[in-house]
Design a protein around this ligand. Sequence first.
Ligand code: ADP
Ligand code: MG
Length: 261
Amino acid sequence: MNAPETGHAVRLDAVSKVYGTGGGTVVALDGVTIGVPRSALTAVMGPSGSGKSTFLHCAAGLDRPTTGSVTLDGLDITGLGEVALTRLRRDRIGFVFQSFNLMPALTVLQNVTLPSLLAGQEPDRARVAEVIRRVGLAERTGHRPDELSGGQQQRVAIARALVNRPAVIFADEPTGALDTRTALDVLGLLRESVVEGGQTVVMVTHDPVAASYADQVVFLADGRFADRLDRPSADQVAARMTHLGAWEGRPAGGASKGGVR
Ligand code: ADP
Ligand code: MG
């Protein structure tokens, strides 16, 4: 966190997020200061309700902090208006969701081309073909999502996130709906976009094995920064999670043997 600003693809400074008003307020983030290093894979972990998704949404400009500031790709986005934020998300950010969020009526090729079309740009056909090849779906360009497995659908979503060469890819539980083998495949792709594409990936996960693919793991608890581990093993992550007291959707200690597999 003492690194110079240029070392960070994303920075949150003293970010708090309060939902609701009056007596019904929830403090989802409580004074969080975290820097995400460039060209690295950062995993965000923590018990259910600890603020992981809120962190991701604030970091990506999908939601606004109540107080504090967010810097993305060198730009202070805190005061930006809706139009500027929309442009920023389009040009500098890629998203991958647990539920894939593909357009069911469109083919693989059309889904990956869509971001350019929505941006009113002439799609770069060569680039679209390149990212589809990179995620291993060159033979499936004419297929629709319901003709693909979950892992293949997530690979389409990753290709779609990569196509405009975003500075940062945000992923909320990208392997949450996948079986172990397919999850590893998808994690390998995200790592590859860091190693080969120089991209920055911020990934929320509750799986210690997934987190072990990260360069750093940031832990949240009760909306606060709780800890950070550099290049931890799955066992180290699991031990830290157990210590934080809870597993998402699982009884505490339910994965004390080194991972959810
Ligand atoms: P996580 O992703 O770690 O499970 P979230 O960031 O989704 O946690 O939520 C953190 C806290 O903020 C929770 O108590 C949740 O109920 C609350 N929260 C999240 N989004 C909203 C919202 N839109 N309105 C009210 N409370 C919310
Ligand atoms: Mg969440």
